[in-house]
Design a binder for this molecule. Structure first.
Ligand code: ATP
Ligand code: MG
Length: 406
């Protein structure tokens, strides 16, 4: 029997005339996530997609699919020739295999649907006749219409039957790339990688930008930000990582601005530089990991003062989440352990003991007069270093780090 994975789109199905673009993107993304399985082919139809495994390991493929946004649900499926006797024989064989894997199964039902409405049996007749054959082969299984332990789904297509069992929930969301491009301000902390994950889940293609202030910040802090970006490629296939030189700006601020305004003005400079880069990269928004009330820079007054430098949409996916909720997500996406490594980033190094929680725009303007804002922004933008990080570089790296165990 030809083993496949059947993918359902969910939310994508409501996209009207854009649907084709969305499902095409999803197909491309799935292909990229599975690019190290050259034997796999993907076949896209209007309401679903088939992944033809051609021998690839189904568990490994399922693990990968869990991370591709835009999949509502999926199931393992089998293509069976369109002959009812063959269907009975092969369904019985598949049910026997299921029973071996899950001996607790006590009940079943058949759920037939037809793409070919001319087929000789209607869905009721398929349910009845195939159900009777399965009951005969497995007399201990009860037929149960509501919540059976096993649902055998049969789809009658023009050229074949497709049989599948359980539906597994996919990651939901929209395919990465279908909601345009934004910059992710990625520090080394817990919040910004989670914010990035959530933005990608809504289909946004991200470029990660990271402010580094050597020698005040260490090479390890920079590596940590790159490693976190690598983790995010598990959901997007690839991501560009941009290192922004921030030392000159931080020194200029430290020299010219009183302690109580260091934090606000540093953030405003970050935002200005991020916005200039956004423009250069043709991105439409900036994503960050701010969360209300977490720290002094994240009061509404502070956000207001920092946001004041731009009218670009600032997307804050974790803004209303509790720290514990954010931590839970960071564990789920496997960034937590990296995030808690103790390498300080540029904000912690220059952090004043007591930043102002209610910054005033008139005072900010007064102190910013002392800075060559345009020059600082331009030089930071000119000094960036960009690197493309790919999921499969990562997979190889991870694989080779296990080599010594083999
Ligand atoms: P995180 O856990 O993401 O570090 P945080 O709770 O430590 O967030 P802040 O240090 O106030 O919060 O930073 C708020 C946001 O500003 C971060 O979530 C991130 O989006 C951005 N940010 C802070 N530092 C940097 C940096 N060095 N490079 C890029 N973005 C940064
Ligand atoms: Mg931080």
């Amino acid at each position: 029997m030809d083993k496949k994975i059947l993918i359902r789109y969910g939310e994508l199905s409501t996209k009207g005339k854009n649907k084709k673009d969305f499902t095409k993107s999803l197909q491309k993304n799935i292909k990229m996530h599975l690019s190290d399985f050259p034997e796999i082919t993907i076949h896209r139809e209007h309401d679903f997609m088939f992944i033809n495994l051609n021998g690839a390991d189904v568990d490994l493929v399922e693990q990968r699919l869990q991370r591709v946004f835009g999949i509502q649900s999926y199931s393992v499926a089998y293509e069976i020739p369109r002959d009812f006797d063959v269907l009975i024989e092969q369904v019985n064989q598949l049910v026997a295999e299921e029973l071996e894997a899950r001996p607790d199964i006590q009940s079943f039902k058949i759920a037939a649907s037809r793409s070919d409405n001319q087929y000789e049996r209607d869905t009721m007749a398929i349910n009845r006749d195939l159900g009777a054959a399965v009951s005969e082969a497995f007399p201990h299984l009860a037929v149960k219409m509501k919540k059976p332990d096993l649902t055998v789904r049969v789809k009658v297509r023009f050229d074949e039957f497709i049989v599948s069992f359980d539906w597994h929930k996919g990651s939901g969301g929209l395919p990465v790339g279908t909601s345009q491009h934004a910059l992710l301000m990625l520090s080394g902390g817990i919040d910004s990688p989670v914010a990035g994950y959530l933005a990608m889940k809504r289909g946004i293609r991200l470029t990660a930008i990271h402010f580094a202030s050597p020698p005040y910040t260490s090479p390890q802090a920079l590596q940590k930000a790159k490693d976190l970006t690598h983790k995010l490629t598990h959901y997007s296939g690839w991501l560009d990582f941009v290192e922004i030189p921030f030392t000159e700006t931080q020194e200029a601020i430290k020299e010219n601005v009183p302690d109580r305004y260091l934090m606000t003005i540093t953030r405003r400079m970050m935002m200005r530089i991020a916005d200039a880069l956004r423009d250069q990269f043709g991105a439409l928004a900036i994503v960050n990991g701010e969360s209300i009330g977490q720290v002094a820079s994240q009061t509404l007054e502070s956000m207001y003062a920092i946001n004041d430098v731009t009218s670009t949409p600032i997307i804050r996916p974790v803004v209303t989440m509790d720290k514990l909720e954010i931590i839970e997500l960071s564990q789920k996406i496997d960034t937590f352990d990296l995030s808690v490594q103790p390498f300080e980033d540029c904000c912690t190094v220059f952090a004043p003991a007591s930043p102002k929680t209610k910054p005033r725009l008139d005072e900010i303007a007064y102190f910013e007069e002392r800075l060559d804002i345009e020059g600082l922004v331009n030089r930071a933008v000119q000094g960036i270093k960009t690197e493309r990080l790919r999921l499969h570089d990562n997979a190889k790296q991870e694989a080779s780090s296990f080599d010594h165990l083999l």
